[in-house]
Design a protein around this ligand. Structure first.
Ligand code: GUN
Ligand code: ZN
Length: 440
């Protein structure tokens, strides 16, 4: 008899057991198990073996395909699918012209529900099974997102956006109302299933001192919450923050002064930071969500990967849609490579894949659950074609070793390569081309 909860998946298993050096194609941190069966029981990975399992296991044969842990997008905005590819702006006018109007539409709970479901389905269709997400200032947008994540079993970190100034009508809150809503949302969602709450001041310019202080109080009152915000993305923004907070040594120091930096802090961008900032980030254990396609698209600047890594700061990768141009973490890895190439740093395929999986998981304190194919982890994983189309097929055929294959894959692949996505051992997305289903 087949046990309904026992599933074996065949393919080329690739994950990491340690952090690879950033430019080493021969890293031993990589674990590659070609043509293995990954064993999943009750939603968790329980092992892997070269031979097929015996009786009692449902089998899905993806021989010749790549199986990776589901990607972790460490910074993305659920209401911003509608503004991807908006022309001709940098951060501050992009927010005013395109993004705030899209977020105003989430004031309607029905729109927030439709938008949140579409957003999470789109993440899955791009191979992302976990994400750190900004919804909007509206509490209903948080309920909609967490509700949709729960329905899909996904690991999502999110929270109500805090904005009590420098934002248009319909997108501002106030300190007392926001605190009340945050408390209710924390009670409702934090630690429920695979969901975690993040205190979410949008960025320093849109929160008053009183609101940033309230954010710090929430963190102090509820150990275990995350904090997410934006940091030093764009030069005009950095200048504005210096004017708004003249006492602060730097943009990062604003967050430090309000007690917002700790090991569960996720800071998007950090393009314009200095050595003292990096030392503080390391001391606090905060992570950076590097968003290369967004930084290029909005003309924000070039993130210093080597400087951050050498300072001991953890780096995750992020799509930052809709400033970013794609939800695909493969396209994000390719953009990260290109940004670092401009600085003479050649990130290996392993450094990129690690940052999109185990590295992000570790920085979020979730490595026991996500980011790897280790026994005990939740079975969040994706099955990928090594090549789609004649040019990629030819490129894969002539690749001489694994790093060459993996790097060509990062350069050429996208969401069309995704065959099937699993969340907690459940198939949640399949490509509609007759990819094999479970063997009865
Ligand atoms: N800074 C403040 N808000 C945003 C946002 O929505 N996107 C990006 N890229 N940067 C921001
Ligand atoms: Zn962002």
């Amino acid at each position: 008899m087949t046990h309904p909860q026992r599933l074996a998946l065949r393919g080329d298993l690739l994950d990491f057991t340690a952090q690879p050096a950033r430019a080493d194609p021969d890293s031993t941190a990589l674990r590659f198990r070609p043509d293995h069966w990954l064993l999943i029981d009750a939603g968790r990975i329980v092992g892997a073996q070269p031979e097929p399992p015996g009786e009692g296991w449902a089998r899905i044969d993806h021989a010749g395909r790549l199986i990776l842990p589901g990607f972790v997008d460490t910074h993305v905005h659920s209401p911003q699918l509608d503004v991807i590819g908006s022309w001709g702006a940098q951060l501050l006018d992009w927010l005013e012209t395109y993004t705030f109007p899209a977020e105003q539409r989430f004031a309607d709970p029905a729109q927030a529900e439709r938008g949140s479901s579409a957003f999470l389905d789109a993440l899955l269709a791009h191979g992302t099974t976990s994400a750190v997400v900004f919804p909007t200032v509206h509490a209903a947008s948080v309920d909609a997102l967490f509700g949709a994540a729960q329905a899909r079993g996904m690991r999502v970190v999110a929270g109500k956006v805090l904005m009590d100034r420098h934002a248009p009508d319909g997108l501002r809150d106030d300190v007392e109302g926001a605190e009340r809503e945050c408390e209710a949302l924390i009670a409702r969602w934090h630690g429920r299933g695979r969901l975690a709450y993040a205190v979410t001041p949008r960025f320093a310019p849109t929160s008053s001192d009183a609101q940033l202080a309230m954010a710090g109080r929430l963190l102090a009152r509820h150990p275990g919450l995350y904090l997410q915000t934006h940091l030093a993305e764009n030069r005009a923004e950095v200048q504005w923050v210096a004017e708004l907070f003249p006492q602060a040594r730097s943009y990062l120091d604003v967050y430090e002064r309000f007690g917002l930096l700790n090991a569960r802090t996720v800071l998007a961008h950090a393009v314009w930071i200095d050595a003292a900032d990096r030392a503080l980030l390391r001391e606090r254990g905060a992570m950076l969500a590097h968003s290369p396609s967004s930084n290029l698209f909005l003309g924000s600047g070039l993130f210093g990967w080597a400087e951050a890594e050498d300072a001991g700061v953890a780096i995750g990768l992020a799509s930052d849609v809709g400033g970013g141009t794609s939800l695909s973490m493969i396209r994000t890895m390719a953009a990260a490579y290109q940004v670092q190439a401009l600085a003479g740093t050649k990130l290996s395929a392993w450094a990129l894949l690690h940052a999109a999986t185990r590295g992000a998981a570790q920085a979020l304190g979730l490595a026991h659950e996500i980011g790897s194919l280790e026994a005990g982890a939740t079975a969040d994983l994706c099955v990928w074609d090594w090549a789609v189309g004649a040019v990629a097929q030819r490129r894969q055929q002539i690749a001489r070793h694994l790093h060459e294959k993996a790097f060509a894959w990062i350069t050429m692949a996208d969401d069309r390569n995704l065959v099937e996505a699993f969340v907690a051992g459940q198939s949640r997305w399949q490509r509609g081309d007759g990819a094999p289903g479970p063997v009865k």
